[in-house]
Unconditional design. Structure first.
Length: 157
């Protein structure tokens, strides 16, 4: 009986030690990555911002966020605020409701953007390939990242 208890204790301790050594933590170490997005100098509200890791980063933690009313954003990776330090390609896209007059949308689709797009109820006003740039998230993070994009119409004038 005593040997069974010792074996069980040894097994539990082994599992505990393996878990502690293998790093069953929350994932990679992240640093703050936040700021403001503008388009032609004006805050870009309601846009989707994606940070795609550039090849060669030591740790790849792509992130995304939707911009707030003043174009503000805080990048998240797997539900955690921040990104790993490194270089990222920044992509910005935006869709808007395009509901024909007199047509009601079921409350079921209130937040279902993919389904709305399939039904032709949204239009992409800024495709992601139109607004992109590359930035660096430093080892200490960045909380005042200013991302100013120029629209094609403004660039041609």
């Amino acid at each position: 009986m005593r040997s069974i208890i010792l074996c069980a204790f040894a097994a539990i301790m082994t599992v505990f030690l393996v878990s502690a050594v293998s790093g069953c933590g929350d994932g990679p170490s992240l640093v703050p990555a936040s700021g403001k997005v503008t388009l032609d100098g004006e805050p870009l509200a309601g846009a989707t911002l994606s940070f795609v890791p550039v090849q060669g980063n030591a740790i790849s933690t792509g992130g995304s966020d939707a911009t707030g009313p003043q174009g503000n954003f805080t990048m998240t990776y797997n539900g955690r605020a921040g990104l790993a330090p490194g270089r990222y390609k920044v992509l910005v896209s935006k869709t808007e409701e395009a509901v024909p007059k007199g047509k009601d949308i079921s409350p079921i689709f209130a937040k279902a953007s993919f389904e709305k797009r399939l039904m032709g109820l949204t239009k992409e006003t800024i495709p992601p390939q139109k607004l992109e740039k590359e930035i660096e998230v430093p080892p200490g993070g960045v909380t005042d990242l200013a991302l100013d994009f120029k629209s094609a119409a403004k660039g041609k004038k």
